[in-house]
Ligand binder design. Structure first.
Ligand SMILES: C[S@@+](CC[C@H](N)C(=O)[O-])C[C@H]1O[C@@H](n2cnc3c(N)ncnc32)[C@H](O)[C@@H]1O
Length: 221
């Protein structure tokens, strides 16, 4: 069973409020959506898909959790399919925009997943990703798992929503997001680091550190 199948409803209700500020930040980085064909990768219960549809996008979404996809389908705002980001079930050069909000940190294959997003984007298309920052991974693995090597490929224990949900995610480094294979296929247009975590979920209180990052790639060609 996929991890989010275990707490799909709890995640969907928790995320409605807590992450809205971060979502608004992400939305503000997107271009005009009217008439654009958009794929949301790791779409969860379709919260963002509903917003994109309300702005006029033609929305597709995929997620590896069947329960999250079932909730997204209930919104009736797009085409939501059960699939994984490492192998996207669409042909090349199809979407104007590919988005992914707080999902890519789950994969063991960051570069492969970004390459898949680039593959299905049209030439000149935008790939906009908001991801958990590797610094947060490092701090969480140090505090929650007693691990101390930034470079080691590791599972990271993470707590969210006032510690009501425990997640096991994959550790990443910045190099995963800036892999040569990715930068050969797309140019990096934007890289930003930000902090959004509520104090109750901070791994080391009093320390200010980046918890998420936004990357925008433009497909070459
Ligand atoms: C933190 S949630 C974010 C969901 C959604 N983007 C949102 O913001 O509401 C992460 C999502 O990534 C999905 N996910 C995890 N691994 C995945 C994979 N390999 N391929 C596609 N989706 C995946 C999970 O099932 C979950 O719905």
């Amino acid at each position: 069973m996929e991890e989010y199948d275990q707490f799909a409803k709890e995640y969907a209700s928790g995320t409605e409020d807590l992450e809205q500020k971060t979502r608004n930040h992400f939305y503000s980085e997107l271009p005009q959506l009217k008439g654009k064909l958009l794929l949301d990768v790791g779409c969860g219960s379709g919260h963002d898909g509903a917003y994109y549809a309300s702005r006029g996008a033609v929305v597709y979404g995929l997620d590896v959790s069947e329960k999250e996809i079932a909730m997204a389908q209930q919104r009736a705002c797009g085409v939501f399919v059960h699939a994984s980001m490492e192998s996207i079930p669409y042909g090349a050069d199809m979407f104007d925009i590919v988005t992914s909000f707080y999902a890519i940190q789950h994969t063991e294959e960051v570069a492969q997943s970004i390459l898949e997003m680039i593959r299905v984007a049209k030439p000149g298309g935008l790939i906009a990703i908001l991801a958990k920052h590797p610094f947060r991974n490092l701090l969480e693995s140090y505090v929650n798992d007693g691990a101390s090597d930034y470079y080691a490929k590791r599972k990271v224990t993470s707590y969210i929503f006032n510690k009501s949900i425990k997640l096991i995610e994959n550790g990443h480094t910045m190099m995963d997001y800036l892999a040569p294979s990715v930068l050969r296929s797309a140019s990096l247009e934007l890289f930003e680091e930000h902090t959004d975590f509520p104090a109750s979920d901070q791994v080391i209180s009093g320390l200010t550190y980046p918890t998420y990052m936004i990357l925008k790639y433009r497909k070459l060609g």
